[in-house]
Design a protein around this ligand. Structure first.
Ligand code: ATP
Ligand code: MG
Ligand code: MG
Ligand code: MG
Length: 576
């Protein structure tokens, strides 16, 4: 491929709405282009990465015995009414109408359609097990699409669905996928962890998430360095009551919280529609001085879980809390959580509001300010007062670092991750609801045992960048790089030798099956190198007159500090 034919469009500056490295760099490298909130065009350079991700996923899915199909993106509502999800799913499900006023949905996943296929096509136990997968566009009307491809509204997912005759066989299908996923994520060349996740289904433990380790990840994952134990935070917390406490937590438990200090009480006072979603509540004392600097007043933190609309939270009755609670001190909070409660900026509501969905924590100080992490992100820095840097109190949990692990083999550590894959034993949830049966060996109809298995195809490149970049740009792992090698001739328009050598090297590498791009744009060396460092092509070969006279080319890996002189014939060995 020649650069002059290809579409290369790099930017010096990232757009203002890009907050994390992967979003900034994918925009600057011309990999994606925003069309609307959470809706992106995959530009040629970005699409090459996506295709490589898909390629690896397809190879391993096929190897594991799954068969590919493609289900419609737009699906009739009837099937979704059968499963109950048309009514049950919230606003994430995009519902549309056709000219005949018929309801449709844009698929966020495809359990209904694939179950419909199974009940028609898989009639006998002899056809089982079967695993059908697709690599297909999904739409989820995410409340806060953000971080570019990381949390888009339109995105590509590989979703697979297994059908088995009984639970034992379904567990085997699940294990086969668990193995395939390990092979897939090993091949991407990223640091990841497979962590236990809550399955929600009757299947109990059969759900794992594949988390790429990254400080910017939206999920917290808990693991024990001394053992195999690894779980996402929700799963870890579900187990926490029976787990022995770590030292920090013991200190916190000494803080008396008299009377009404239950989550339910606070929920009632705040008129928060919580049901079972309040996780825990921590109250602290601190003071603000006349200028609003934090000296001491009440600071309180709420940890709620689940999806809440911030505007639903009312704080009118908050003063009533004083009576019911004994406030912990900030020092106590700090000792317990190892982090200071932060003062976060206003979120543009009339009243100070705090909420937390999942890991996000809201903080309010003397009714002056309050925003959860999302509020902070959506409003940017908008501090009504001269308050200190926002410390995001994002990790206040029932499970903390240093707790004994559930297997008793060591202390827990916590790190952040990006969920790039999720496998799930579904049981008969969909097959029962949709009466999807096959004839078993005894001639009787039986409902399918199902599993589902997702990979965020377009989230993966973003996760890869979070883990692999520097101040100059992206550093792609070879397996998913848009091009493996870029050939950079210097003075190609002036030197026939350089031109010929560049062309020859390009052709040789291409013939050897290496993904090579020849930069024939005639850019000056500085601009040319800056582009490729930004785009993150892992291997670069520079061809110059001076080098050619010595029979040498200059090879540099994207991670190398300097170039190495290599005899022209030996380049292929470096880039394989
Ligand atoms: P999240 O917790 O990040 O919202 P999820 O648990 O809702 O993800 P699943 O339903 O498990 O997602 O979907 C399978 C995979 O699809 C996820 O593991 C993730 O990699 C990817 N995915 C989900 N939502 C998005 C999105 N909005 N943008 C990009 N990829 C996504
Ligand atoms: Mg989600
Ligand atoms: Mg998730
Ligand atoms: Mg998931």
């Amino acid at each position: 491929m020649r650069a002059s034919q290809f579409l290369i469009s790099t930017l010096k500056e990232a757009p203002a709405d890009a907050e994390v490295a992967s979003h900034k760099l994918m925009m600057r490298a011309g990999m994606i282009k925003k069309l609307g909130a959470g809706i992106y065009t995959y530009m040629p350079m970005g699409l090459r990465v996506i295709r490589k991700v898909e390629g690896i996923v397809r190879e391993e899915m096929n190897r594991a015995g799954a068969v590919e199909c493609a289900m419609p993106v737009i699906q009739p509502a009837e099937l979704w009414q059968e499963s109950g999800r048309f009514e049950k799913m919230g606003p994430e499900l995009l519902r549309i109408r056709d000219r005949h006023e018929r309801d449709f949905v844009v698929q966020p996943t495809s359990e209904e359609v694939v179950t419909d296929i199974a009940r028609q096509e898989l009639r006998s136990y002899k056809q089982l097990p079967k695993n059908l997968y697709q690599v297909q566009t999904k739409f989820r009307d995410e409340r806060r699409p953000r971080f570019g491809l990381m949390r888009g509204r339109e995105f590509i997912m590989k979703d697979a669905y297994s059908f088995d005759r009984d639970q034992d066989s379904a567990k085997k299908s699940y294990e086969t996928m668990a193995q395939a996923y390990r092979r897939i994520f090993d091949r991407f060349g990223l640091r990841y962890r497979a962590v236990a996740a809550d399955s929600g289904a009757i299947g109990g433990d059969l759900s794992e998430e594949f988390q790429v380790i990254a400080a910017t990840g939206e999920d917290a994952i808990v693991y024990c360095p001394q053992s195999e134990y690894a779980a996402n935070m929700e799963k870890a917390e579900a187990l926490a009551p029976s787990a022995p406490r770590g030292p920090a937590k013991q200190a916190m438990q000494k803080v008396p919280t008299p009377g009404k200090s239950t989550c339910e009480d606070v929920a009632a006072l705040l008129e928060v529609p919580l049901a079972s979603t309040v996780k825990s509540i921590v109250l602290a004392t601190d003071k603000l001085d006349a200028q609003g600097a934090p000296v001491s007043t009440q600071v309180w933190l709420l940890l709620l879980r689940g999806d809440h609309d911030m505007n639903e939270i009312k704080v009118g009755k908050v003063p009533g809390l004083d009576a019911g609670f004994r406030f912990a001190t900030v020092a106590e909070i700090e000792a317990h959580f190892g982090t200071r409660p932060g003062y976060l900026g206003p979120i543009g509501l009339k009243q100070p509001v705090q909420i937390v969905a999942d890991r996000e924590v809201a903080v309010m100080a003397d009714w002056i300010c309050g925003a959860n992490e999302e509020g902070f992100h959506t409003t940017g820095v908008n501090w009504g007062r001269d308050l200190p840097e926002p410390a995001l109190v994002a990790d206040i949990r029932n499970v903390v670092e240093g707790d004994l692990s559930p297997d008793g083999k060591g202390r827990l550590a916590i790190e952040r991750g990006i969920e790039v894959g999720h496998i799930f034993y579904l049981g008969t949830k969909y097959s029962k609801a949709m009466e999807a049966t096959f004839l078993d060996e005894d001639g009787k109809p039986k409902v399918f045992e199902m599993g589902c298995y997702g990979i965020g195809i377009t989230r993966l490149p973003a996760a890869a960048i979070e883990q692999n970049h520097d101040e100059r740009g992206i550093i792609w792992p070879d397996a998913i790089a848009p091009f493996t090698v870029v050939v950079c001739p210097i003075g190609m328009d002036r030197s026939a030798d350089v031109k010929a050598a560049a062309q020859q090297l390009h052709d040789e590498l291409a013939a050897a099956g290496i993904d090579v791009l020849l930069d024939d744009r005639g850019e000056r060396p500085g601009a040319m190198f800056a582009d490729w460092e930004l785009i993150g092509v892992p291997h670069r070969v520079v061809i110059s007159d001076r080098g050619l006279k010595e029979g040498q080319l200059e090879y540099q890996h994207r991670r190398d500090a300097a170039a190495t002189k290599v005899p022209a014939g030996e380049i292929a060995g470096f880039v394989k």
